[in-house]
Design a protein around this ligand. Structure first.
Ligand code: CA
Length: 233
């Protein structure tokens, strides 16, 4: 799971990121409205936590613009205490939920889980940590990928990559999007790692005997598909 935090008060943003990290969520933080919108447009996030009062562009305008442009990422607005009008306005602009500052970590995580359940990538299991797609299961808390009773542990980046593929099963993900999602924006050198990591993950899928496989889409990227006789290339 990758979450975008758009919040200009750095202390709050840092605090949110610390909570997210503890819970196993990846996150990026930006402190300016226009930059926030640019990040949303990369379309690599599963959820956005969006402050209202921001330099550059306010949260409502970011939300309206992103929704108008067709981005479907769930958005939770972070509103100041007692600003009831802000809540209503946020929901009118297309926010999925709102959270009144200050909030505690339990409340934040409960709202996030509720929103993520409503989106495509359905984590389930006793603690909401397991993602099941085709014949494989990925565990967010242990980084284990399993098929039946065989399992293998993934590295941090392998996990990010696999989770992204599983949440978008059958969808072609471009190398660019994968690189941005897994390695972030600053790490240009890691762009070519996508093919290396695909080979790591294929070995692990083979090891656990999964029929699900990562299929190369020539000159475009990859998609996770279930083996129906076609050989992954
Ligand atoms: Ca603010």
């Amino acid at each position: 799971m990758k979450i975008l935090v758009v919040e200009d008060e750095k202390e709050i943003a840092d605090g949110i990121q610390a909570i997210l990290r503890q819970e196993g969520y990846e996150s990026d933080a930006v402190y300016d409205g226009e930059e926030g919108l640019d990040y949303i447009r990369t379309d690599v996030y599963d959820l956005v936590l969006l402050d209202v009062m921001l330099p550059g562009m306010n949260g409502f305008d970011i939300l309206k613009t992103a929704k108008r442009e067709g981005f479907k990422v769930p958005v939770i607005m972070l509103t100041a205490k007692s600003m009831t009008e802000d809540k209503i306005k946020g929901l009118d602009c297309g926010a999925d939920d709102y959270l009144t500052k200050p909030f505690d970590s339990g409340e934040l995580l409960a709202r996030i889980r509720a929103r993520l359940r409503g989106s495509g990538g359905a984590f389930s299991g006793a603690n909401g940590n397991q993602l099941s797609v085709y014949d494989i299961v990925l565990d967010q808390s242990t980084y284990k990928l399993s098929h039946g009773d065989k399992s293998v542990k993934l590295s941090h980046k392998e996990y990010q990559f696999m989770e992204y593929l599983m949440m978008n099963k059958g969808v072609i993900l471009t190398r660019d999007t994968i690189a941005t999602r897994v390695w972030g924006f600053d790490d240009e050198g890691d762009y070519n790692n996508t093919s290396v990591y695909v080979s790591f993950l294929r070995k692990k899928l083979k090891f656990i005997g999964a029929k699900a496989s990562i299929v190369t889409k020539k000159d475009v990227g990859y998609s996770l598909e279930s083996d129906d006789g076609k050989e992954a290339t």
